[in-house]
Design a protein around this ligand. Structure first.
Ligand code: NAD
Length: 487
C-alpha cells in the first residue's frame, strides 16, 4: 500500500512566538517535513514573529540549527532546506505594542487561507485576538490555533474562550491537544467505528475496566515555575487523559464530522460521576539514588504540587455503568509510556483449570514510545504433550500491517495540516474544554482547601503504593509501566 500525500491549499501561516521552544522543536520541523513530502504548496508562506529583535536572515540561520536537530533525516538535503527557508519571513513584533501589526497584516494575501498560530503564553491570547480583529486581519478563511494550557480553571477557560471569540467564530478556533494528532488515537476511532467486530463488545457487559496511563520518565526540570502552579491534574488529566477517555468511551457519532464527534465527546465528560476523594491518589516524586526530587527540580522546598495522579472514574451512562476507568499519569516514573488498556471480562465459565491464573483478553492501544495496537488472546500451545494454554499477542502495529509504507507524521504536523484544511475534528471545542474544567475544578478545590499533601514516591518507580492499592482493592493490577510486549 502506498501512502498518499494530498497537498493542502495555499496558506499564510503566522506563528506568534516563532523563536520559542515549541515552534523551534515541533511546529517548524513539522512544517519542514510536510514541505519535503510535497504537502505544503510551494507558494505557501510562513510568517514568523516574536519579540526578539532579529531579521529574517538571522531567524533562518537559527532555524537551520533547530532543523538539523529536530528534523535530522531531511535537513541534509541542502536544496530542499533552502527552498523551505525561502518560504519564511520574520517580523519583529511585541504583541503588547501597536508597532509591527500593519506590516504583518500588509503581508497577508486575501486569496489564501490564513492561520494564526499562538505559540505564546496564554496571557497573550486575548491581546493577539483583539489586535488581529482591530487590524482587520480576520477573513472568513482565517483560523486561530491555540496551545495548552487552556486556562487554569473553569473561570479562566471561560474568559479565554470569550477573548478568542472577540475576533473569531468558534468554527475558526483550533484548540490543540497534540494527543489527538497521534496516529493511534485516530486509529482507535477507525477500529471502533469502521469494524462491526468490536462495537458489540464495547460496553460494560464485556469490558471489565479500562486503564489509561500516561507515564513520563522526565521530571519537571526547567518547567518548575509553570508546573508548580499547575500540577498533574491540570497539566495532564484535564486535557490529555480526558481526551483519551472520551475517545475510548464515546458513542458512535452519526457522521465523521467535527461537531458530531465533539458532541459525543462532550456527552462523555458530562456523564462523568463526581470523583470520589477516596479513589484519587496524588503523589510527588522524591529522590532515589541521586535522581533528584520534585521539590529540588521545581525549586520549591515546601511544594505540595502533585507530579502524579491515579484515579478511578465512573461514567454514569447505560454503556459504562459498572466498568471503571482507571487513569494514571506521573513524572519521573520508570519509563515513558502512554497507553490505553481495554481489559475484557473473563470467560463466564472456566473449562481449563490452568486458565484460572491467566489474564483476560486485553486490547492495548499504545501511544508512546511506539504507536500500535496489540491484542492479547489465549490459545492452545502448539505441539504434543497435553493440552496447555499460552498467551499470544496479536500485533496490529501499522508499519507491519501496511507493509512499512505509512507516511509517519508527528502529531503536530498532522494537526497543522488539518488547520489549513479547516478540519476541526481533532481539536477541542470551547464547551468541551469548559466541561472538563467543571469536572476537575472541585477535585483541586478540595485538595487546596484541605492543604492536602501528596504521597511521596521514588523517582524512577511506578508511583505511590496507594496507587497500587487503588487497583488491588478491585482485584486488579496496573499494567507494568514500560512493559515490552512479546511479539
Ligand atoms: P517559550 O518561552 O520558549 O517561547 C515564547 C515565545 O513567545 C518566544 O518566541 C517569545 O519571543 C514570544 N513572546 C513572548 N512575549 C511576547 C510578546 N509580548 N510579544 C511577542 N512575542 C512574545 O515558550 P514555548 O515553550 O515555546 O511555549 C509556547 C506556548 O506553547 C505556551 O503557551 C506553552 O504553554 C505552550 N506549550 C509548549 C509546549 C512545549 O513543548 N514547549 C508544549 C505544549 C504547550
Amino acid at each position: 500500500m502506498v501512502s498518499r500525500v494530498i497537498p493542502v491549499s495555499s496558506f499564510d501561516l503566522v506563528i506568534f512566538g516563532a523563536t520559542g521552544d515549541l515552534a523551534q522543536r515541533k511546529i517548524l520541523p513539522g512544517l519542514f517535513r510536510r514541505f519535503s513530502v510535497g504537502q505544503m504548496p510551494r507558494d505557501a508562506r510562513i510568517i514568523a514573529t516574536a519579540r526578539s529583535e532579529i531579521d529574517t536572515d538571522m531567524f533562518r540561520a537559527d532555524l537551520r540549527t533547530s532543523l538539523a536537530e529536530f528534523a535530522p533525516c531531511i535537513s541534509g538535503d541542502a536544496e530542499m532546506l533552502d527552498q523551505f527557508l525561502a518560504t519564511i519571513v520574520y517580523i519583529h513584533l511585541d504583541v503588547m505594542s501597536q508597532e509591527g501589526w500593519s506590516e504583518l497584516v500588509g503581508l497577508l494575501r486575501r486569496s489564501a487561507v490564513r492561520a494564526f498560530y499562538l505559540s505564546v503564553s496564554t496571557s497573550l491570547f486575548g491581546t493577539i485576538a483583539s489586535r488581529l480583529s482591530s487590524y482587520e486581519a480576520v477573513t472568513p478563511e482565517s483560523r486561530i490555533v491555540v496551545e495548552k494550557p487552556f486556562g487554569n480553571d473553569l473561570a479562566i477557560a471561560r474568559a479565554l474562550n470569550a477573548d478568542l471569540r472577540q475576533g473569531f467564530e468558534e468554527s475558526q478556533i483550533y484548540r490543540i491537544d497534540h494527543y489527538l494528532g497521534k496516529e493511534t488515537v485516530q486509529n482507535l476511532m477507525a477500529l471502533r467505528f469502521a469494524n462491526a467486530l468490536w462495537e458489540p463488545l464495547w460496553n460494560s457487559t464485556h469490558i471489565d475496566h479500562v486503564q489509561i496511563t500516561v507515564a513520563e520518565s522526565l521530571g519537571v526540570e526547567g518547567r518548575g515555575e509553570y508546573y508548580n502552579r499547575a500540577g498533574a491534574m491540570r497539566d495532564m488529566v484535564q486535557n490529555h487523559l480526558m481526551q483519551l477517555l472520551c475517545l475510548t468511551a464515546m458513542e458512535p457519532p452519526s457522521r465523521f464530522e467535527p461537531n458530531a464527534v465533539r458532541d459525543e465527546k462532550v456527552k462523555v465528560i458530562e456523564a462523568l460521576a463526581p470523583a470520589n476523594p477516596q479513589e484519587i491518589v496524588r503523589g510527588q516524586y522524591r529522590d532515589k539514588e541521586g535522581q533528584g526530587s520534585y521539590r529540588e527540580h521545581a525549586g520549591d522546598p515546601t511544594s505540595r504540587t502533585e507530579s502524579f495522579v491515579a484515579m478511578k472514574v465512573a461514567i454514569a451512562n447505560w454503556r459504562w455503568a459498572g466498568t471503571p476507568f482507571y487513569l494514571r499519569t506521573g513524572k519521573r516514573l520508570r519509563a515513558r509510556t502512554s497507553e490505553i488498556a481495554v481489559v475484557f471480562r473473563e470467560p463466564p465459565h472456566m473449562i481449563f483449570p490452568e486458565m484460572e491464573n491467566r489474564r483476560s483478553n486485553q486490547m492495548i492501544i499504545h501511544l508512546q514510545p511506539d504507536e500500535g495496537i496489540t491484542l492479547h488472546n489465549t490459545i492452545k500451545e502448539p505441539g504434543p504433550g497435553g493440552f496447555r494454554l499460552a498467551e499470544v499477542t496479536l500485533d496490529m502495529t501499522f508499519a507491519n500491517a501496511l507493509g512499512g509504507q505509512t507516511d509517519s507524521q508527528d502529531a503536530y504536523e498532522r494537526l497543522i495540516m488539518d488547520v489549513i484544511r479547516g478540519d476541526q475534528t481533532l481539536f477541542m471545542r470551547g464547551d468541551e474544554v469548559e466541561a472538563a474544567w467543571a469536572w476537575v475544578d472541585p477535585i483541586i478545590a478540595r485538595w487546596e482547601e484541605a492543604r492536602h499533601a501528596p504521597e511521596p514516591y521514588d523517582a524512577g518507580g511506578s508511583g505511590p503504593e496507594e496507587a497500587l492499592m487503588l487497583m488491588h482493592r478491585d482485584g486488579w493490577r496496573w499494567r507494568e509501566i514500560g512493559r515490552v510486549e512479546d511479539k
